[in-house]
Design a protein around this ligand. Structure first.
Ligand SMILES: [Zn+2]
Length: 339
């Protein structure tokens, strides 16, 4: 099979590899599409600990072509999406149900070979069936969607809440749709790219702010008077992360969803958290939310197709990675099967 190999930081190629072996509890998936995630870019640049060489890719869909002898619940021919995050089930956190905080968390496409290949072998229990009315392109976005659903759980958006989303990339555009589905009243979006603002409006954002030409703080308080009930940072930038608590109302919630580089610091007045009773929370991966992601795709409450901005054949991985790091990209899919 053909596969993308990251051999060392900043070095990758498309190579011939043998089709992975299938253990007794594994499912072999003929990969349809695999999304490029920010994490893949971090892995490429050596900013994320992985086992090199690795076949990256953890946002993928495909068809089951073989199952191990002990596998039940998944069979050859099933159309599936994969939850890439694997936990040990026995650590302090797993035994309290907080599996995303597992002390031994590993992931397909990070610690094991992933979806930028024609075939991927994964533990069958990581596999989720998709219904007929969900395409394999859509199913490739089930993983980022499942992470966004956890974010919504953490943010606790209530019916009628004013939700402010900072950054309308792929993740922001999914979060906007989830906020709408959760019954948010007013949805505000701050995003410099006009095309992404247009999509945000399509998905239910009523107030569009251009941070490159407007004073975000002033505009948000003009619209809301008191600040937003929930502020979601989904730009992954120090500047927006620093601004987010200032945009929340008294008693409001700030969700840090974007991945800001670990060496970046922001200043925050503890007095503000105290006096304004702010709730500041994070959201990490997708504990028990993958099935709900499939449900949201099936019921069409989230439309991920407009979020897919580019599709590349695996042979063009170099161009795909370049575009994924550019401003015009929203979600880039690498298509494993040509023709
Ligand atoms: Zn654990």
């Amino acid at each position: 099979m053909k596969a993308v190999i990251f051999s060392e930081p900043n070095k990758f190629s498309v190579e011939e590899r043998s089709i992975p072996s299938v253990g007794e509890l594994d499912a072999l998936i003929r990969v349809h599409a695999c999304g490029i995630c920010g994490t893949d870019i971090h892995i490429l640049h050596g900013e994320h600990i992985v086992r090199f060489p690795v076949i990256p890719g953890h946002e993928f869909s495909g068809e089951v072509v073989e199952v191990g002898s002990c596998v039940t619940g998944v069979k050859v021919g099933d159309r599936v999406t994969v939850d890439p995050n694997i936990v040990d089930r026995t650590c302090f956190f797993c035994r309290r149900g907080e599996i995303n905080l597992c002390e031994n968390l590993t992931a397909v496409g990070v610690n094991y070979n992933g979806g930028f290949a024609e075939y991927a072998s994964v533990p069958a229990e990581q596999v989720y069936l998709i219904p007929e009315n969900v395409s394999l392109d859509e199913a490739a976005l089930a993983e980022p969607l499942s992470c966004c659903i956890h974010g919504m759980d953490r943010a606790g958006v209530r019916t009628g809440d004013t939700v402010l989303v900072l950054g309308a990339g792929g993740i922001g555009l999914i979060l906007i749709q989830l906020a709408r589905a959760a019954g948010a009243g007013r949805i505000l979006v701050s995003e410099p790219d006009p095309g992404k603002r247009k999509l945000a409006a399509l998905f239910g954002a009523g107030e569009l702010i251009d941070p490159s030409s407007e004073d975000v703080l002033q505009r948000v308080f003009n619209i809301t008077r008191v600040g937003a009930d929930v502020v979601i940072e989904s730009a992954g930038r120090k500047e927006t992360a620093e601004m987010a608590p200032k945009l929340a109302r008294r008693g409001g919630t700030v969700l840090q969803f974007g991945v800001v580089s670990p060496d970046k610091m922001v200043s925050l007045a503890p007095y503000d958290i105290f006096y304004r009773e702010l709730k500041i929370t994070g959201s990490f991966v997708n504990p028990f939310t993958h099935a709900r992601a499939v449900e949201m795709l099936s019921t069409k409450q989230v439309d991920v197709l407009p979020v897919i901005s580019h599709r590349f054949a695996m042979e063009n991985i170099s161009e795909a990675l370049r575009v994924a790091q550019s401003r015009d990209a929203i979600k880039v899919l690498v298509m494993s099967q040509t023709g």
